[in-house]
Ligand binder design. Structure first.
Ligand code: FMN
Length: 185
């Protein structure tokens, strides 16, 4: 039940980040949710860098994030998800490290939502610059980053109101087929 609630309430909230510190216990809970994600052959390719501290966050965001993602500077924490592509399977040319890191990151976003914290997945980042700043070895790929912050509003629900009211998603009948491709469910 709580999972469905978090799925429904999660929204990307880069415009609503407060500088308030996030408790270490909450950060660990969120990272643990990511750790428990499934992965191909249980290879767990994900690695996370928790970037914390005003100066560290500002340096990373101002130098490596795209113009549209500069607001991530407001957050006390940026979580950067990376992986070594060789730490996961490649099947029929498909590199599953991206899939598996994505699963872990979704767990992370949902756990943050349940704890009343704002996130916003971002790939609008200069990978080379990010890797230089964070001393990431050449063989590791940056996958995605998210600010982690309390919302500026009193409650999480207040922070998401506008974003959720504008949410657009394809209808199920555009996405789901019955027994064969193209047949409506
Ligand atoms: C792989 C990925 C990359 C994204 N990159 C960015 C980004 O660089 N900047 C940004 O503002 N939003 C980014 N987003 C957020 C999406 O735009 C957002 O998830 C989508 O519009 C749906 O909105 P919602 O998350 O509030 O439901 C990204 C999301 C994903 C999953």
């Amino acid at each position: 039940m709580q999972t469905l609630e978090a799925i429904n309430n999660r929204a990307s909230l880069k415009a609503r980040l407060s500088a308030r510190e996030v408790e270490q216990g909450k950060i660990l809970k969120i990272l643990d949710a990511a750790r428990l994600a499934p992965s191909a052959r249980n290879m767990q390719p994900w690695r996370f860098i928790v970037v914390r501290g005003k100066e560290q966050v500002e340096t990373l965001v101002s130098r490596a994030f795209s113009e549209g993602n500069q607001v991530a500077k407001d957050a006390p924490i940026i979580i950067v998800a990376c992986a070594n592509p060789n730490d996961d399977i490649v099947r029929d040319g498909k590199e599953y490290y991206l899939h598996d890191v994505g699963m872990a990151v979704e767990n992370l976003l949902l756990a943050a939502t349940e704890l009343g914290l704002a996130t916003h997945p971002m790939t609008g980042v200069n990978e080379d610059e990010l890797k230089r700043i964070l001393c990431i070895p050449p063989e590791i790929r940056f996958v995605i980053a998210t600010p982690l912050a309390y919302p500026v509003t009193d409650s999480y629900d207040e922070a998401t109101q506008e974003r959720l009211s504008e949410r657009t998603r394809k209808n199920l009948d555009e996405l789901v087929y019955h027994n064969e491709w193209g047949k409506s469910f």
